[in-house]
Design a binder for this molecule. Structure first.
Ligand code: HEC
Length: 291
């Protein structure tokens, strides 16, 4: 091998070693850290995060999601779409135009659509049927990328949820199709699949699980589910926008490397039904605030 080439190779190896150095050092640290010290570090950062959340919660107007509540309300009340009508004729389950309290009983069965719908599915239905928007266009890229504003459907869902604030999650479950949705949601929550062989339950059924610093709430346990389910839609600080429950579920499916689920389709509605039923009686405190 010519000397120049040989020297180049040595330099490259040295550079690679330098890059590896921090990894070797931190790897060493992990081994020398006593388990109790590691636990202390986790507890300290968890406390820091809790304090940060409390500070943001102490002043509800510090939650940027309130802007989406306002935007959603304006979108609801403004004549829009090819038919130039507002959503005042939209029936969320309590009669046309009644928004207050409607979210607390969603998802529910709707006779006109002959299916169970959550807030977002129903909003899409009303935008299509009342305002004349094209369904395919509404369902194309329905979620914002990181740092981008929540789309109209998300803002509308945030407004609708906000109008049930303080009420308890009370799915009615009178109709056979509502019971079917619940059974499907429960099955989906526990069924493993996809290339990683994950179920929702892999990450969300046991106490004390975490990914890096993120605690994973056990959503199959009523006490835990009641704490978080009523907080959606929520402003997610790390991605700078409001995420609806369907967006959250979509993202978790992505983490599982499962096929994409369409907004408002049977699967996210059924999972939402399962989550809401598990969290039944929990207070709606939306929009919430997430890390
Ligand atoms: C690989 C682990 C993993 C799987 C599997 C998973 N999730 Fe998640 N989930 C997460 C993480 C991580 C977060 C928190 C994200 C964050 O803090 O930004 C989360 C958050 C959530 C939340 C919000 C909880 C809160 O604090 O308010 C819900 C609801 C949720 N997931 C539902 C689901 C459902 C339904 C499924 C199955 C379709 C699922 N997840 C599958 C990792 C997972």
């Amino acid at each position: 091998m010519p000397q120049q080439q040989e020297e180049g190779r040595v330099r490259r190896v040295r550079r690679a070693t330098l890059w590896l150095l921090p990894w070797v050092v931190t790897g060493g640290l992990e081994i020398t850290l006593a388990p109790s010290l590691a636990q202390d570090a986790i507890d300290a950062s968890e406390k820091g995060i809790q304090r940060y959340r409390q500070m943001l919660k102490a002043d509800p107007w510090s939650n940027p999601a309130m802007l989406d509540v306002d935007r959603g309300e304006a979108l609801w009340k403004t004549p829009r779409g090819p038919k130039a009508v507002s959503l005042d004729g939209c029936d969320l389950g309590k009669g046309p135009g009644v928004v207050k309290g409607a979210f607390a009983e969603l998802p529910r069965y709707f006779t006109d659509a002959d299916r169970v719908m959550d807030a977002e599915a129903r909003i899409v239905w009303c935008m299509e049927k009342l305002q004349g928007f094209e369904r395919a266009a509404l369902l194309k890229n329905p979620y914002p990328g990181g740092g981008r504003a929540t789309k109209d459907i998300g803002a509308l869902a945030t407004y609708v949820a906000y109008e049930s604030n303080g009420q308890k999650l009370m799915p009615t479950l009178d109709h056979p199709k509502e019971k079917e949705a619940l059974a499907l949601g429960e099955a989906l929550f526990f069924r493993r699949g996809g290339p990683m062989d994950f179920a929702c339950a892999t990450c969300h059924a046991d106490q004390g699980k975490r990914i890096r610093l993120q605690g994973l709430p056990p959503l199959s346990k009523p006490v835990e589910a009641r704490k978080v389910v009523g907080e959606w839609p929520a402003y997610r600080v790390s991605s700078n926008h409001v995420m609806t429950m369907e967006h959250r579920i979509y993202d978790c499916f992505w983490q599982m490397r499962m096929p994409e689920v369409d907004l408002g389709s049977e699967v996210p509605v059924a999972l939402t039904m399962y989550l809401v039923k598990t969290a039944e009686g929990g207070e709606i405190n939306a929009p919430g605030l997430k890390r």
